[in-house]
Design a protein around this ligand. Structure first.
Ligand SMILES: Nc1ncnc2c1ncn2[C@@H]1O[C@H](COP(=O)(O)OP(=O)(O)OP(=O)(O)O)[C@@H](O)[C@H]1O
Ligand SMILES: [Mg+2]
Length: 449
Protein backbone atom coordinates (compact mmCIF):
# COMPACT_ATOMS: atom_id res chain seq x y z
CA UNK A 1 0.00 0.00 0.00
CA UNK A 2 1.28 3.40 -0.91
CA UNK A 3 2.07 5.79 1.87
CA UNK A 4 -0.09 8.53 0.45
CA UNK A 5 -2.85 8.10 2.95
CA UNK A 6 -5.95 10.22 3.03
CA UNK A 7 -6.71 12.36 6.06
CA UNK A 8 -10.09 11.91 7.74
CA UNK A 9 -11.29 15.12 6.12
CA UNK A 10 -10.25 13.87 2.70
CA UNK A 11 -11.90 10.51 3.30
CA UNK A 12 -15.18 12.19 4.20
CA UNK A 13 -14.91 14.35 1.12
CA UNK A 14 -14.46 11.29 -1.07
CA UNK A 15 -17.39 9.57 0.60
CA UNK A 16 -19.46 12.71 0.05
CA UNK A 17 -19.11 12.13 -3.66
CA UNK A 18 -21.26 9.02 -3.29
CA UNK A 19 -23.19 9.18 -0.05
CA UNK A 20 -25.62 11.93 0.81
CA UNK A 21 -25.94 12.88 4.47
CA UNK A 22 -25.00 10.35 7.18
CA UNK A 23 -22.23 12.69 8.29
CA UNK A 24 -21.59 11.01 11.62
CA UNK A 25 -21.17 7.58 10.13
CA UNK A 26 -18.82 8.91 7.48
CA UNK A 27 -16.77 10.64 10.14
CA UNK A 28 -16.54 7.48 12.23
CA UNK A 29 -15.31 5.30 9.40
CA UNK A 30 -12.85 8.00 8.34
CA UNK A 31 -11.34 8.07 11.82
CA UNK A 32 -11.17 4.29 11.95
CA UNK A 33 -9.33 4.17 8.67
CA UNK A 34 -6.88 6.89 9.64
CA UNK A 35 -6.29 5.25 13.02
CA UNK A 36 -5.10 2.20 11.23
CA UNK A 37 -2.54 4.20 9.39
CA UNK A 38 -1.55 5.85 12.66
CA UNK A 39 -1.12 2.49 14.31
CA UNK A 40 1.15 1.29 11.57
CA UNK A 41 3.40 4.26 12.20
CA UNK A 42 3.54 3.90 15.97
CA UNK A 43 6.98 2.97 17.24
CA UNK A 44 7.62 0.23 19.74
CA UNK A 45 5.62 -2.58 21.22
CA UNK A 46 2.57 -0.53 22.06
CA UNK A 47 1.77 -0.71 18.37
CA UNK A 48 0.63 -4.29 18.77
CA UNK A 49 -1.74 -3.39 21.57
CA UNK A 50 -3.64 -0.80 19.59
CA UNK A 51 -6.91 -2.32 18.51
CA UNK A 52 -8.93 -1.46 15.46
CA UNK A 53 -11.91 0.86 15.95
CA UNK A 54 -14.53 -1.63 14.95
CA UNK A 55 -17.81 0.02 14.17
CA UNK A 56 -21.48 -0.88 14.26
CA UNK A 57 -23.60 1.08 11.82
CA UNK A 58 -27.18 1.15 12.95
CA UNK A 59 -29.99 2.22 10.70
CA UNK A 60 -33.01 1.21 8.66
CA UNK A 61 -32.70 -0.45 5.31
CA UNK A 62 -31.50 1.45 2.25
CA UNK A 63 -29.89 4.42 3.95
CA UNK A 64 -26.30 3.83 2.92
CA UNK A 65 -24.73 1.41 5.41
CA UNK A 66 -23.34 -0.99 2.87
CA UNK A 67 -22.59 1.80 0.45
CA UNK A 68 -20.39 3.57 3.00
CA UNK A 69 -18.41 0.44 3.73
CA UNK A 70 -18.01 -0.42 0.08
CA UNK A 71 -16.79 3.04 -0.85
CA UNK A 72 -14.45 3.05 2.10
CA UNK A 73 -12.72 -0.09 0.94
CA UNK A 74 -12.31 1.34 -2.55
CA UNK A 75 -10.72 4.46 -1.09
CA UNK A 76 -8.38 2.47 1.06
CA UNK A 77 -7.57 0.11 -1.80
CA UNK A 78 -7.99 -2.48 0.89
CA UNK A 79 -9.15 -6.08 0.62
CA UNK A 80 -12.84 -5.97 1.42
CA UNK A 81 -15.43 -8.64 2.02
CA UNK A 82 -19.10 -8.37 2.85
CA UNK A 83 -20.81 -11.22 4.64
CA UNK A 84 -24.25 -11.62 6.12
CA UNK A 85 -23.75 -12.63 9.72
CA UNK A 86 -27.16 -14.27 9.65
CA UNK A 87 -26.13 -16.75 7.01
CA UNK A 88 -24.16 -18.64 9.59
CA UNK A 89 -27.36 -19.39 11.44
CA UNK A 90 -29.13 -20.86 8.43
CA UNK A 91 -29.79 -24.54 8.22
CA UNK A 92 -26.97 -26.12 6.34
CA UNK A 93 -24.59 -23.44 7.42
CA UNK A 94 -24.73 -24.25 11.09
CA UNK A 95 -21.28 -25.15 12.09
CA UNK A 96 -19.83 -23.72 8.95
CA UNK A 97 -16.78 -22.18 10.30
CA UNK A 98 -16.62 -18.44 10.20
CA UNK A 99 -12.92 -18.65 9.44
CA UNK A 100 -13.98 -19.03 5.82
CA UNK A 101 -14.56 -15.25 5.90
CA UNK A 102 -10.85 -14.71 6.36
CA UNK A 103 -9.97 -17.29 3.74
CA UNK A 104 -12.26 -15.60 1.24
CA UNK A 105 -10.77 -12.24 2.14
CA UNK A 106 -7.31 -13.64 1.53
CA UNK A 107 -8.38 -14.91 -1.88
CA UNK A 108 -9.66 -11.45 -2.68
CA UNK A 109 -6.35 -9.92 -1.63
CA UNK A 110 -4.39 -12.41 -3.73
CA UNK A 111 -6.43 -11.53 -6.80
CA UNK A 112 -6.08 -7.86 -6.03
CA UNK A 113 -2.30 -7.92 -5.71
CA UNK A 114 -1.98 -10.28 -8.64
CA UNK A 115 -3.90 -8.05 -11.00
CA UNK A 116 -1.87 -5.06 -9.84
CA UNK A 117 1.36 -6.91 -10.62
CA UNK A 118 0.05 -8.12 -13.95
CA UNK A 119 -0.79 -4.56 -14.84
CA UNK A 120 2.76 -3.55 -13.98
CA UNK A 121 4.35 -6.21 -16.20
CA UNK A 122 1.78 -5.98 -18.94
CA UNK A 123 3.76 -3.71 -21.23
CA UNK A 124 6.75 -6.00 -21.04
CA UNK A 125 4.60 -9.09 -21.48
CA UNK A 126 3.10 -7.56 -24.61
CA UNK A 127 6.54 -7.00 -26.12
CA UNK A 128 7.40 -10.62 -25.45
CA UNK A 129 4.07 -11.74 -26.87
CA UNK A 130 4.74 -9.80 -30.06
CA UNK A 131 8.09 -11.56 -30.36
CA UNK A 132 6.36 -14.90 -30.07
CA UNK A 133 3.85 -13.98 -32.75
CA UNK A 134 6.76 -12.89 -34.89
CA UNK A 135 8.46 -16.24 -34.35
CA UNK A 136 5.38 -17.98 -35.69
CA UNK A 137 5.00 -15.69 -38.68
CA UNK A 138 8.65 -15.92 -39.47
CA UNK A 139 10.36 -18.78 -37.68
CA UNK A 140 13.85 -17.93 -36.49
CA UNK A 141 16.73 -18.85 -38.78
CA UNK A 142 18.16 -21.74 -36.87
CA UNK A 143 14.98 -23.75 -37.37
CA UNK A 144 14.68 -23.24 -41.09
CA UNK A 145 16.50 -25.45 -43.51
CA UNK A 146 17.78 -22.76 -45.87
CA UNK A 147 21.45 -22.40 -46.36
CA UNK A 148 22.53 -19.39 -44.45
CA UNK A 149 24.28 -16.84 -46.49
CA UNK A 150 24.86 -13.31 -45.38
CA UNK A 151 22.49 -12.20 -48.09
CA UNK A 152 19.49 -14.30 -46.97
CA UNK A 153 20.41 -13.41 -43.46
CA UNK A 154 20.09 -9.73 -44.10
CA UNK A 155 16.91 -10.17 -46.06
CA UNK A 156 15.43 -12.22 -43.25
CA UNK A 157 16.32 -9.54 -40.77
CA UNK A 158 14.68 -6.86 -42.88
CA UNK A 159 11.47 -8.85 -43.35
CA UNK A 160 11.34 -9.49 -39.66
CA UNK A 161 11.69 -5.81 -38.90
CA UNK A 162 8.94 -5.07 -41.39
CA UNK A 163 6.62 -7.62 -39.81
CA UNK A 164 7.45 -6.25 -36.41
CA UNK A 165 6.36 -2.79 -37.49
CA UNK A 166 3.17 -4.18 -38.90
CA UNK A 167 2.47 -6.02 -35.68
CA UNK A 168 2.99 -2.87 -33.69
CA UNK A 169 0.88 -0.77 -36.02
CA UNK A 170 -1.89 -3.32 -35.85
CA UNK A 171 -2.08 -3.86 -39.61
CA UNK A 172 -2.00 -7.65 -39.33
CA UNK A 173 -4.52 -8.15 -36.57
CA UNK A 174 -6.88 -10.42 -38.50
CA UNK A 175 -4.32 -12.75 -39.97
CA UNK A 176 -4.83 -16.32 -38.79
CA UNK A 177 -2.02 -18.30 -37.18
CA UNK A 178 -1.57 -21.69 -35.66
CA UNK A 179 -0.51 -21.44 -32.09
CA UNK A 180 0.31 -23.89 -29.36
CA UNK A 181 -1.31 -23.17 -26.06
CA UNK A 182 -0.85 -24.77 -22.70
CA UNK A 183 -4.02 -26.28 -21.34
CA UNK A 184 -4.19 -26.71 -17.64
CA UNK A 185 -5.13 -30.34 -17.38
CA UNK A 186 -8.53 -30.65 -15.85
CA UNK A 187 -9.03 -34.20 -14.69
CA UNK A 188 -11.98 -35.87 -16.32
CA UNK A 189 -13.81 -36.16 -13.07
CA UNK A 190 -14.18 -34.04 -10.05
CA UNK A 191 -12.32 -35.61 -7.18
CA UNK A 192 -13.76 -35.03 -3.78
CA UNK A 193 -11.29 -34.77 -1.00
CA UNK A 194 -11.91 -36.04 2.46
CA UNK A 195 -14.47 -34.00 4.33
CA UNK A 196 -13.01 -30.98 6.01
CA UNK A 197 -10.29 -30.50 3.47
CA UNK A 198 -12.12 -27.73 1.73
CA UNK A 199 -12.79 -26.16 5.06
CA UNK A 200 -9.07 -25.90 5.52
CA UNK A 201 -8.87 -24.03 2.27
CA UNK A 202 -7.26 -26.88 0.44
CA UNK A 203 -8.51 -27.97 -2.90
CA UNK A 204 -7.55 -31.45 -3.94
CA UNK A 205 -8.21 -30.82 -7.61
CA UNK A 206 -5.88 -27.90 -7.56
CA UNK A 207 -3.20 -29.94 -5.86
CA UNK A 208 -3.55 -32.76 -8.37
CA UNK A 209 -3.76 -30.27 -11.20
CA UNK A 210 -0.27 -29.18 -10.39
CA UNK A 211 0.93 -32.76 -10.32
CA UNK A 212 -0.16 -33.51 -13.87
CA UNK A 213 1.97 -32.05 -16.62
CA UNK A 214 0.27 -29.31 -18.57
CA UNK A 215 -1.10 -30.49 -21.90
CA UNK A 216 -0.39 -28.61 -25.08
CA UNK A 217 -2.89 -27.98 -27.78
CA UNK A 218 -2.61 -26.52 -31.26
CA UNK A 219 -5.31 -24.10 -32.26
CA UNK A 220 -6.04 -21.41 -34.79
CA UNK A 221 -6.11 -17.81 -33.72
CA UNK A 222 -5.87 -14.38 -35.24
CA UNK A 223 -2.81 -12.27 -34.52
CA UNK A 224 -4.87 -10.21 -32.10
CA UNK A 225 -6.09 -13.26 -30.23
CA UNK A 226 -2.66 -14.85 -30.19
CA UNK A 227 -1.13 -11.72 -28.78
CA UNK A 228 -3.70 -11.64 -26.04
CA UNK A 229 -3.14 -15.27 -25.11
CA UNK A 230 0.63 -14.91 -25.19
CA UNK A 231 0.53 -11.68 -23.20
CA UNK A 232 -1.33 -13.50 -20.44
CA UNK A 233 1.14 -16.38 -20.51
CA UNK A 234 4.14 -14.10 -20.47
CA UNK A 235 2.70 -11.99 -17.69
CA UNK A 236 2.23 -15.14 -15.62
CA UNK A 237 5.90 -15.91 -16.09
CA UNK A 238 6.94 -12.41 -15.10
CA UNK A 239 5.12 -12.32 -11.80
CA UNK A 240 6.33 -14.07 -8.70
CA UNK A 241 3.54 -15.80 -6.81
CA UNK A 242 5.59 -15.99 -3.62
CA UNK A 243 6.00 -12.24 -3.53
CA UNK A 244 2.32 -11.78 -4.32
CA UNK A 245 1.23 -14.15 -1.57
CA UNK A 246 3.39 -12.40 0.98
CA UNK A 247 2.11 -8.98 0.01
CA UNK A 248 -1.50 -10.17 -0.06
CA UNK A 249 -1.30 -11.64 3.43
CA UNK A 250 0.31 -8.48 4.72
CA UNK A 251 -2.47 -6.44 3.17
CA UNK A 252 -5.19 -8.58 4.69
CA UNK A 253 -3.59 -8.38 8.12
CA UNK A 254 -2.83 -4.68 8.05
CA UNK A 255 -5.60 -3.20 5.95
CA UNK A 256 -8.32 -5.81 5.44
CA UNK A 257 -11.93 -4.79 6.05
CA UNK A 258 -14.70 -7.24 6.92
CA UNK A 259 -18.22 -5.92 6.59
CA UNK A 260 -20.55 -7.96 8.78
CA UNK A 261 -24.01 -7.21 7.58
CA UNK A 262 -27.20 -8.08 9.45
CA UNK A 263 -25.40 -8.37 12.74
CA UNK A 264 -28.67 -7.61 14.50
CA UNK A 265 -30.02 -10.92 13.27
CA UNK A 266 -27.55 -12.82 15.41
CA UNK A 267 -28.28 -10.78 18.53
CA UNK A 268 -30.54 -12.07 21.28
CA UNK A 269 -33.80 -10.23 21.26
CA UNK A 270 -34.44 -10.06 24.95
CA UNK A 271 -38.17 -10.74 24.78
CA UNK A 272 -37.80 -13.99 22.89
CA UNK A 273 -37.45 -17.44 24.41
CA UNK A 274 -34.93 -20.09 23.50
CA UNK A 275 -34.84 -21.98 20.25
CA UNK A 276 -33.00 -20.34 17.39
CA UNK A 277 -31.38 -17.95 19.84
CA UNK A 278 -29.04 -20.69 20.90
CA UNK A 279 -27.58 -20.83 17.44
CA UNK A 280 -27.45 -17.05 17.24
CA UNK A 281 -25.35 -16.85 20.31
CA UNK A 282 -23.33 -19.71 18.92
CA UNK A 283 -22.57 -17.65 15.83
CA UNK A 284 -21.50 -14.73 17.98
CA UNK A 285 -19.16 -17.03 19.87
CA UNK A 286 -17.81 -18.33 16.57
CA UNK A 287 -17.19 -14.85 15.26
CA UNK A 288 -15.57 -13.62 18.44
CA UNK A 289 -12.11 -15.17 17.95
CA UNK A 290 -11.61 -13.66 14.53
CA UNK A 291 -12.75 -10.27 15.76
CA UNK A 292 -10.58 -10.54 18.85
CA UNK A 293 -7.62 -11.60 16.80
CA UNK A 294 -6.57 -15.12 15.99
CA UNK A 295 -4.54 -17.11 13.50
CA UNK A 296 -6.49 -18.45 10.57
CA UNK A 297 -5.02 -21.15 8.39
CA UNK A 298 -5.51 -20.44 4.70
CA UNK A 299 -4.08 -22.21 1.72
CA UNK A 300 -1.69 -19.30 1.34
CA UNK A 301 -0.44 -19.44 4.89
CA UNK A 302 -1.45 -18.22 8.32
CA UNK A 303 -3.34 -14.93 8.50
CA UNK A 304 -3.49 -12.98 11.74
CA UNK A 305 -6.78 -11.21 12.22
CA UNK A 306 -5.79 -8.86 15.05
CA UNK A 307 -5.81 -5.68 13.01
CA UNK A 308 -8.49 -6.38 10.47
CA UNK A 309 -11.16 -3.72 10.64
CA UNK A 310 -14.67 -5.01 11.23
CA UNK A 311 -17.59 -2.86 10.26
CA UNK A 312 -20.89 -4.36 11.36
CA UNK A 313 -24.28 -3.15 10.28
CA UNK A 314 -27.85 -3.83 11.17
CA UNK A 315 -31.27 -2.30 11.46
CA UNK A 316 -31.63 -3.32 15.13
CA UNK A 317 -35.40 -3.01 14.96
CA UNK A 318 -36.04 -5.78 17.44
CA UNK A 319 -32.71 -6.35 19.11
CA UNK A 320 -30.23 -3.76 20.37
CA UNK A 321 -26.45 -3.74 20.23
CA UNK A 322 -26.62 -4.40 23.97
CA UNK A 323 -28.24 -7.76 23.17
CA UNK A 324 -24.99 -8.97 21.70
CA UNK A 325 -22.76 -11.00 23.98
CA UNK A 326 -20.63 -8.65 26.09
CA UNK A 327 -17.32 -9.79 24.61
CA UNK A 328 -18.53 -8.90 21.14
CA UNK A 329 -19.98 -5.58 22.26
CA UNK A 330 -16.59 -4.71 23.68
CA UNK A 331 -14.98 -5.37 20.35
CA UNK A 332 -17.25 -2.91 18.60
CA UNK A 333 -16.69 0.25 20.62
CA UNK A 334 -18.03 2.64 18.02
CA UNK A 335 -21.75 2.86 17.29
CA UNK A 336 -23.15 5.18 14.71
CA UNK A 337 -26.75 5.67 13.86
CA UNK A 338 -27.75 6.43 10.32
CA UNK A 339 -30.84 8.51 9.81
CA UNK A 340 -33.70 7.59 7.57
CA UNK A 341 -33.89 9.57 4.36
CA UNK A 342 -36.54 12.03 3.22
CA UNK A 343 -37.43 14.14 0.22
CA UNK A 344 -34.51 16.58 0.52
CA UNK A 345 -31.96 13.75 0.59
CA UNK A 346 -33.70 11.94 -2.23
CA UNK A 347 -33.43 14.96 -4.52
CA UNK A 348 -29.69 15.01 -3.91
CA UNK A 349 -29.30 11.25 -4.18
CA UNK A 350 -31.02 11.36 -7.56
CA UNK A 351 -28.77 14.08 -8.89
CA UNK A 352 -25.41 14.46 -7.22
CA UNK A 353 -23.51 11.24 -6.43
CA UNK A 354 -20.91 10.30 -9.03
CA UNK A 355 -23.02 7.27 -9.81
CA UNK A 356 -26.36 9.05 -9.37
CA UNK A 357 -29.36 7.24 -10.81
CA UNK A 358 -30.29 10.07 -13.14
CA UNK A 359 -26.73 10.14 -14.48
CA UNK A 360 -26.89 6.40 -15.05
CA UNK A 361 -30.11 6.57 -17.02
CA UNK A 362 -28.96 9.60 -18.99
CA UNK A 363 -25.79 7.77 -19.99
CA UNK A 364 -27.73 4.70 -21.03
CA UNK A 365 -30.24 6.63 -23.10
CA UNK A 366 -27.39 8.52 -24.73
CA UNK A 367 -26.12 5.29 -26.28
CA UNK A 368 -29.19 5.38 -28.53
CA UNK A 369 -28.45 8.95 -29.54
CA UNK A 370 -31.17 10.48 -27.37
CA UNK A 371 -30.79 13.10 -24.68
CA UNK A 372 -32.69 12.36 -21.50
CA UNK A 373 -33.45 15.34 -19.30
CA UNK A 374 -35.27 15.74 -16.03
CA UNK A 375 -36.96 19.00 -15.11
CA UNK A 376 -36.26 20.28 -11.63
CA UNK A 377 -39.87 19.93 -10.54
CA UNK A 378 -39.95 16.41 -11.93
CA UNK A 379 -37.01 15.43 -9.73
CA UNK A 380 -38.70 16.97 -6.74
CA UNK A 381 -41.89 15.10 -7.51
CA UNK A 382 -40.02 11.79 -7.73
CA UNK A 383 -38.37 12.49 -4.38
CA UNK A 384 -41.68 13.48 -2.85
CA UNK A 385 -43.41 10.35 -4.09
CA UNK A 386 -40.55 8.18 -2.84
CA UNK A 387 -40.94 9.68 0.60
CA UNK A 388 -44.70 9.20 0.53
CA UNK A 389 -44.55 5.59 -0.58
CA UNK A 390 -41.88 4.85 2.03
CA UNK A 391 -44.12 6.28 4.71
CA UNK A 392 -47.33 4.61 3.59
CA UNK A 393 -45.94 1.20 2.84
CA UNK A 394 -42.52 0.15 3.97
CA UNK A 395 -39.49 2.33 4.39
CA UNK A 396 -36.86 0.91 2.08
CA UNK A 397 -34.89 4.14 1.90
CA UNK A 398 -33.13 5.16 -1.28
CA UNK A 399 -33.89 1.80 -2.85
CA UNK A 400 -37.36 3.21 -3.49
CA UNK A 401 -35.89 5.56 -6.07
CA UNK A 402 -34.81 2.64 -8.23
CA UNK A 403 -38.29 1.17 -8.48
CA UNK A 404 -39.95 4.53 -9.02
CA UNK A 405 -37.59 5.58 -11.76
CA UNK A 406 -37.84 2.34 -13.63
CA UNK A 407 -41.63 2.62 -13.52
CA UNK A 408 -41.50 6.14 -14.92
CA UNK A 409 -39.03 5.30 -17.64
CA UNK A 410 -40.30 1.89 -18.68
CA UNK A 411 -42.16 2.99 -21.81
CA UNK A 412 -39.44 5.38 -22.85
CA UNK A 413 -36.78 2.70 -22.54
CA UNK A 414 -38.89 0.28 -24.52
CA UNK A 415 -39.57 2.69 -27.36
CA UNK A 416 -36.15 4.26 -27.43
CA UNK A 417 -34.69 2.59 -30.54
CA UNK A 418 -37.72 3.67 -32.59
CA UNK A 419 -37.91 7.18 -31.14
CA UNK A 420 -38.18 9.99 -33.65
CA UNK A 421 -37.27 12.78 -31.28
CA UNK A 422 -33.70 13.20 -30.13
CA UNK A 423 -34.74 14.40 -26.72
CA UNK A 424 -36.84 13.12 -23.87
CA UNK A 425 -37.80 15.64 -21.22
CA UNK A 426 -39.30 14.26 -18.05
CA UNK A 427 -41.67 16.80 -16.54
CA UNK A 428 -43.58 16.78 -13.31
CA UNK A 429 -46.71 15.99 -15.29
CA UNK A 430 -45.15 12.90 -16.84
CA UNK A 431 -44.03 11.70 -13.40
CA UNK A 432 -47.52 12.09 -12.04
CA UNK A 433 -49.14 10.44 -15.03
CA UNK A 434 -46.86 7.45 -14.95
CA UNK A 435 -47.26 6.93 -11.25
CA UNK A 436 -50.75 8.06 -10.35
CA UNK A 437 -52.54 4.83 -11.26
CA UNK A 438 -49.96 2.76 -9.44
CA UNK A 439 -50.03 4.91 -6.32
CA UNK A 440 -53.82 4.97 -6.08
CA UNK A 441 -53.95 1.21 -6.06
CA UNK A 442 -52.28 0.10 -2.84
CA UNK A 443 -52.01 -3.50 -3.96
CA UNK A 444 -50.49 -2.55 -7.25
CA UNK A 445 -47.95 -0.28 -5.63
CA UNK A 446 -46.93 -3.05 -3.31
CA UNK A 447 -45.84 -5.02 -6.35
CA UNK A 448 -44.43 -2.32 -8.53
CA UNK A 449 -42.95 0.43 -6.41
N1 LIG B 1 -27.20 8.25 1.86
C1 LIG B 1 -27.18 7.78 0.62
N2 LIG B 1 -26.62 8.50 -0.38
C2 LIG B 1 -26.60 8.03 -1.64
N3 LIG B 1 -27.12 6.88 -2.03
C3 LIG B 1 -27.68 6.11 -1.09
C4 LIG B 1 -27.74 6.54 0.26
N4 LIG B 1 -28.37 5.58 0.97
C5 LIG B 1 -28.66 4.62 0.10
N5 LIG B 1 -28.27 4.91 -1.14
C6 LIG B 1 -28.48 4.10 -2.34
O1 LIG B 1 -29.41 3.08 -2.02
C7 LIG B 1 -28.90 1.78 -2.26
C8 LIG B 1 -29.03 0.93 -1.02
O2 LIG B 1 -28.17 1.43 -0.01
P1 LIG B 1 -27.32 0.46 0.93
O3 LIG B 1 -26.98 -0.79 0.19
O4 LIG B 1 -26.20 1.21 1.48
O5 LIG B 1 -28.39 0.13 2.04
P2 LIG B 1 -28.17 -0.40 3.51
O6 LIG B 1 -28.22 0.75 4.43
O7 LIG B 1 -26.97 -1.24 3.55
O8 LIG B 1 -29.50 -1.26 3.71
P3 LIG B 1 -29.70 -2.76 4.23
O9 LIG B 1 -29.89 -2.64 5.71
O10 LIG B 1 -30.96 -3.20 3.56
O11 LIG B 1 -28.52 -3.56 3.85
C9 LIG B 1 -27.47 1.95 -2.66
O12 LIG B 1 -27.29 1.35 -3.91
C10 LIG B 1 -27.21 3.44 -2.75
O13 LIG B 1 -26.93 3.78 -4.07
MG1 LIG C 1 -26.71 -3.30 3.40
Amino acid sequence: MKDKELTPREIVKELDAYIIGQEKAKKAVAIALRNRWRRQHVEGDIKNDILPNNIILIGPTGVGKTEIARRLSKLARAPFIKVEASKFTEVGYVGRDVESIIRDLTNIAINMVKSERILEVNAQAKIMANERVLDILLPPKSKSKEVITSETDEQFFRTREKFKKMLENGTMEDRVLEITVKKSSTPMMQIFGPAGMEEMGLNINEMLGNAFPKKKKVQKATVAEAREIFTKEEAQKLIDMDVITKEAIKRVEQTGIVFLDEIDKIAHSSDKGHGPDVSREGVQRDILPIVEGSDVQTKFGVVKTDHILFVAAGAFHISKPSDLIPELQGRFPIREELTSLGKTEFVKILKTPRNALLKQYTAMVKTEGVNLKFRKDAIEEIAYIAEEVNEKMENIGARRLHTILSTILEDFLFNLPDAKSKEIIITKKIVQEKLSSVIKDRDLSRYIL
